[in-house]
Design a protein around this ligand. Structure first.
Ligand SMILES: [Zn+2]
Length: 92
Protein backbone atom coordinates (compact mmCIF):
# COMPACT_ATOMS: atom_id res chain seq x y z
CA UNK A 1 0.00 0.00 0.00
CA UNK A 2 1.41 3.34 -1.04
CA UNK A 3 1.50 6.29 1.32
CA UNK A 4 1.63 8.95 -1.38
CA UNK A 5 -0.29 8.51 -4.58
CA UNK A 6 -3.21 6.31 -5.40
CA UNK A 7 -6.51 6.35 -7.19
CA UNK A 8 -8.69 6.13 -4.11
CA UNK A 9 -7.38 9.27 -2.44
CA UNK A 10 -8.16 12.82 -3.50
CA UNK A 11 -5.31 14.83 -4.93
CA UNK A 12 -4.31 18.10 -3.36
CA UNK A 13 -2.10 20.83 -4.66
CA UNK A 14 0.10 22.70 -2.24
CA UNK A 15 2.32 25.68 -2.77
CA UNK A 16 5.17 26.75 -0.53
CA UNK A 17 5.19 30.44 0.34
CA UNK A 18 8.91 30.37 1.03
CA UNK A 19 10.50 28.55 -1.91
CA UNK A 20 7.57 28.80 -4.34
CA UNK A 21 7.58 25.05 -4.99
CA UNK A 22 4.24 23.44 -5.71
CA UNK A 23 3.33 19.86 -4.97
CA UNK A 24 0.58 17.52 -5.99
CA UNK A 25 -0.01 15.02 -3.23
CA UNK A 26 -2.58 12.29 -2.67
CA UNK A 27 -3.79 12.03 0.88
CA UNK A 28 -7.00 11.55 2.79
CA UNK A 29 -9.41 14.41 3.41
CA UNK A 30 -8.59 14.52 7.14
CA UNK A 31 -4.89 15.08 6.51
CA UNK A 32 -3.23 18.41 5.88
CA UNK A 33 0.35 19.15 5.00
CA UNK A 34 2.01 22.23 6.44
CA UNK A 35 5.76 21.65 6.19
CA UNK A 36 7.63 22.01 2.90
CA UNK A 37 10.42 19.79 1.69
CA UNK A 38 12.70 22.84 1.76
CA UNK A 39 12.61 22.60 5.55
CA UNK A 40 10.26 25.50 6.16
CA UNK A 41 7.45 24.80 8.62
CA UNK A 42 3.86 25.97 8.07
CA UNK A 43 4.83 27.36 4.68
CA UNK A 44 2.58 25.15 2.58
CA UNK A 45 -0.75 26.52 1.44
CA UNK A 46 -3.34 24.23 -0.07
CA UNK A 47 -4.54 25.54 -3.41
CA UNK A 48 -8.34 25.29 -3.37
CA UNK A 49 -10.78 24.26 -6.12
CA UNK A 50 -8.13 22.50 -8.20
CA UNK A 51 -8.40 19.11 -6.41
CA UNK A 52 -12.10 18.95 -7.19
CA UNK A 53 -11.62 19.71 -10.86
CA UNK A 54 -8.73 17.27 -11.11
CA UNK A 55 -10.51 14.46 -9.30
CA UNK A 56 -13.65 14.88 -11.40
CA UNK A 57 -11.81 14.67 -14.71
CA UNK A 58 -10.32 11.14 -14.49
CA UNK A 59 -13.70 9.75 -13.47
CA UNK A 60 -15.30 11.21 -16.57
CA UNK A 61 -12.56 9.84 -18.81
CA UNK A 62 -12.84 6.43 -17.21
CA UNK A 63 -16.61 6.34 -17.61
CA UNK A 64 -16.39 7.53 -21.21
CA UNK A 65 -13.79 4.91 -22.03
CA UNK A 66 -15.93 2.19 -20.54
CA UNK A 67 -18.94 3.33 -22.57
CA UNK A 68 -16.85 3.43 -25.74
CA UNK A 69 -15.53 -0.06 -25.09
CA UNK A 70 -19.07 -1.26 -24.47
CA UNK A 71 -20.28 0.32 -27.71
CA UNK A 72 -17.40 -1.30 -29.61
CA UNK A 73 -18.34 -4.65 -28.10
CA UNK A 74 -21.96 -4.21 -29.13
CA UNK A 75 -20.96 -3.15 -32.66
CA UNK A 76 -18.76 -6.22 -32.95
CA UNK A 77 -21.55 -8.47 -31.75
CA UNK A 78 -24.02 -6.91 -34.17
CA UNK A 79 -21.55 -7.36 -37.04
CA UNK A 80 -20.98 -11.00 -36.15
CA UNK A 81 -24.70 -11.59 -35.78
CA UNK A 82 -25.33 -10.04 -39.18
CA UNK A 83 -22.62 -12.21 -40.73
CA UNK A 84 -24.15 -15.30 -39.18
CA UNK A 85 -27.59 -14.25 -40.38
CA UNK A 86 -26.47 -13.60 -43.97
CA UNK A 87 -24.61 -16.88 -43.91
CA UNK A 88 -27.81 -18.57 -42.78
CA UNK A 89 -29.71 -16.89 -45.61
CA UNK A 90 -27.13 -18.01 -48.15
CA UNK A 91 -27.34 -21.60 -46.96
CA UNK A 92 -31.11 -21.60 -47.15
ZN1 LIG B 1 9.46 25.36 0.43
Amino acid sequence: MRILGGNDLPRYTYRCDVCGESFEIFHSISEKLTDCECGEENSLKRIPSLPFRVSAKPNKIKAGTLVKEYIEDVKKEVRETKQNMSKGVDDA
